[in-house]
Design a protein around this ligand. Structure first.
Ligand SMILES: [Fe+2]
Ligand SMILES: [Fe+2]
Length: 148
């Protein structure tokens, strides 16, 4: 069995990924109610991607002989506008970035290279999520400015 801190990071990461999937699914349903079909499809795709991360982490935990699973779901954060949703998502993704940076650094120090690589791979996806959210927020900002 791997050291208990690595198992701890994997468990926290699984909790994060299921929380993110739940948030994006809720946002997909809410934006569908608002009639924002393409936004809704985008949030559903985000949820699928976070579930894919959970799957990789569960697989890794099994490999270490641990029972895979997260233990803590964060509350879903919604809002009254698309910008509200994206700002909550940005916070969620930045939490993930911090978690994966810490986990990756720890694993590298312990020479647990396979675990470090898994955390690094997911970290890069989360950094991309932050960039996508920033681009969407910037585009909304520009649109409202060109209208105003
Ligand atoms: Fe993720
Ligand atoms: Fe993400």
């Amino acid at each position: 069995m791997a050291d208990s801190r690595i198992i701890g990071f994997l468990g926290r990461a699984i909790s994060h990924e299921f929380s993110a999937a739940q948030q994006y699914l809720a946002q997909a349903r809410l934006t569908a109610l608002w009639g924002l079909e393409s936004e809704s499809a985008g949030f559903r795709k985000d949820a699928d991607e976070e579930m894919g991360h959970a799957d990789m982490l569960l697989t890794r935990m099994l490999f270490h002989g641990a029972t895979p699973g997260g233990t803590h779901l964060a509350p879903v954060r919604l809002g009254r506008s698309l910008a509200d949703l994206l700002l909550h998502d940005r916070e969620l993704e930045l939490d993930a970035v911090r978690l994966y940076e810490e986990a990756m650094t720890y694993c590298r120090r312990r020479r647990a290279e396979d675990d470090a690589q898994l955390f690094e791979r997911i970290l890069n996806d989360e950094l991309e999520h932050v960039r996508e959210i920033d681009a969407r927020l910037a585009a909304m900002d520009n649109r409202s400015r060109s209208r105003g």
